[in-house]
Design a binder for this molecule. Structure first.
Ligand code: BTN
Length: 357
């Protein structure tokens, strides 16, 4: 009932709807309407009331389950949202519910993370209420060695969503750091559970710095991290601009679903076949495994936004460092580096970090 009340108030946002009309339309008492309105207010919805005219919605919270689902254009990504005020790490939480069998496309979002994790065992600073801290559960029918392509797709989805919603053009540092003005705007941590030949599930964890001011980052990160708000301030003579996190998140899920359908061989005319009994998105019956063309179409998108290709870089691997030129990436997402000694390397993201521009 609460969702239906919100739906009705949203339809008439800016004008009043009477408690009587709502109660008749939804078949519940006026007291019940009043109680749900009170709950909605507690959740951050600004609902004015007047004894003569009824209720009027004047403002909505920036990020919660309802706001993400309202106008969401996806078929299965984000159809189940777990919205939490605080969690240790959305990735850890998503892994737990994946093991318990949650639906493919389930998204875990939290306002705060107390022990967020980054790649290569690093920590991730996730300032409460300022960023998008989320994890998406996928159950792709591709072999474990192809999973990197999903991380590349996620990076492309982030860049496209940010561009669509804010007009800001970020770029990708291989494999999947999103960079703005030479500083890190977003990081992606993909984790997977698999057997030798099949993936049980993967969790794509995405952290985007959205409405941080400089002071919201610890001192040691201020030189290397940025947010959309800081960037907008720098181009608008100091005027600060906050962005709607639900809008970015929704678009991100849409962009990611488009690319994931290609990877997972879900032709768009088939994907409304619904979820199967295990809760996985149904894959076309005649689907092959991930083809080179499918991968290439994702990799081509990735190339468009790459900051790394053509640049001189330093590869920092366990065995030591070397310099070279990042010449391309393979269809499965490895970076091809022509080292200064003439040797060509194909590097995997789990093994190295790169430095360079
Ligand atoms: C990196 O660049 O090192 C990856 C950072 C990934 C951070 C996100 S925030 C949401 C999700 N939960 C985590 O604990 N980590 C990822």
């Amino acid at each position: 009932v609460k969702k239906k009340i919100l739906f009705e108030l949203r339809k008439l946002s800016g004008s009043y709807v009477s408690g009587e009309a709502l109660s008749v339309q939804l078949g519940v008492s006026r007291t019940a309407i009043w109680k749900h309105v009170r709950e909605l207010r507690e959740e951050g919805y600004k609902i004015g009331s007047s004894s003569k005219k009824g209720y009027m919605l004047s403002a909505v919270p920036e990020l919660n389950e309802n706001e993400i689902k309202n106008g969401l254009q996806t078929i299965y990504l984000g159809r189940t949202i777990v919205y939490l005020e605080t969690v240790g790490s959305t990735n850890t939480y998503a892994k737990k519910i994946s093991l318990e069998g949650c639906h493919e496309g389930t998204v875990v979002v939290s306002e705060n993370q107390t022990s967020a994790r980054g790649r290569l065992g690093r920590e991730w600073h996730s300032e409460g209420g300022k960023g998008i801290w989320m994890s998406v559960v996928l159950r792709p029918s591709i072999p474990p060695e192809s999973v990197q392509i999903i991380t590349l797709a996620a990076a492309v989805a982030v860049v496209k969503a940010i561009q669509y919603v804010t007009g800001i053009e970020a770029a990708i540092k291989w494999p999947n750091d999103i960079i703005l003005n030479g500083k890190k705007l977003c990081g992606i941590l993909t984790e997977m559970s698999c057997e030798m030949e099949r993936v049980n599930f993967i969790v794509v964890g995405i952290g985007i710095n959205v409405n941080h001011s400089e002071e919201d980052f610890p001192q040691n990160l201020r030189k290397i991290a940025t947010s959309l708000k800081i960037f907008s301030q720098s181009i608008k003579n100091g005027d600060s601009h906050s962005y709607n996190r639900s809008a970015i998140l929704k678009r991100l899920l849409f962009e990611l679903e488009q690319m994931y359908n290609v990877i997972n061989n879900c032709p768009s005319n088939k994907i409304d076949v619904d979820l199967n009994t295990n809760g996985n998105a149904v894959i076309a019956e005649n689907s092959d495994s991930l083809t080179k063309e499918d991968s290439n179409s994702i990799v081509n998108e990735w190339r468009k936004y790459s900051l790394t290709l053509g640049k001189e870089i330093t590869v920092i691997a366990r065995g030591g460092e070397y310099n070279g030129i990042a010449v391309d990436i393979t269809s499965d997402g490895r970076l091809i580096v022509l080292a200064n000694d003439g040797i060509k390397h194909e590097i995997l993201s789990g093994e190295v970090s790169i430095r360079g521009f």
